[in-house]
Design a protein around this ligand. Structure first.
Ligand code: ZN
Length: 131
């Protein structure tokens, strides 16, 4: 098997995306009756489902990268915002005068803003913010 054949044999999406694909397929078959995936639905497959992606309903396990807002929702790596996305959200909130309302401590707002601006300054604007 040469390198090209080998690359063609690789799955188009990581195996971790399989449950999401199955859920999407199920939704296509019976859209009216499709049940939104909830935490706990996939527990037998890869361990405990800790979060569910708000965008695609993919289960998020302990070792998966994710983005979570402080009080939800949560997003899988694919649907996580980039640093530029976060900056745009912050810009909008700053323009509306609501940015500091996001935080209990105004110092945390300042810290969050500096973190986003520093990431973009370091050329990470297109990088997903996940942990
Ligand atoms: Zn997702």
């Amino acid at each position: 098997m040469n390198r090209r054949t080998f690359l063609r044999c690789l799955p188009a999406a990581p195996l971790a995306a399989a449950p999401a694909a199955l859920a999407a397929q199920a939704a296509l078959i019976e859209p009216a009756h499709a049940k939104k995936l909830e935490v706990g639905d996939w527990d037998d497959l890869r361990g405990e489902v800790l979060y569910v992606c708000e965008s695609c309903s993919a289960p998020i396990f302990e070792d998966d990268k994710r983005f979570s807002y402080t009080d939800g929702p949560d997003f899988c790596e694919v649907h996580a915002p980039t640093w530029s996305d976060l900056k745009a959200m912050q810009d909008e909130a700053i323009d509306a005068g609501e940015f500091t309302d996001w935080f209990e401590d105004p110092e945390d707002a300042e810290l969050a803003r500096r973190k986003v601006l520093a990431a973009i300054e370091n050329g990470q604007g297109d990088v997903k913010v996940v942990w």
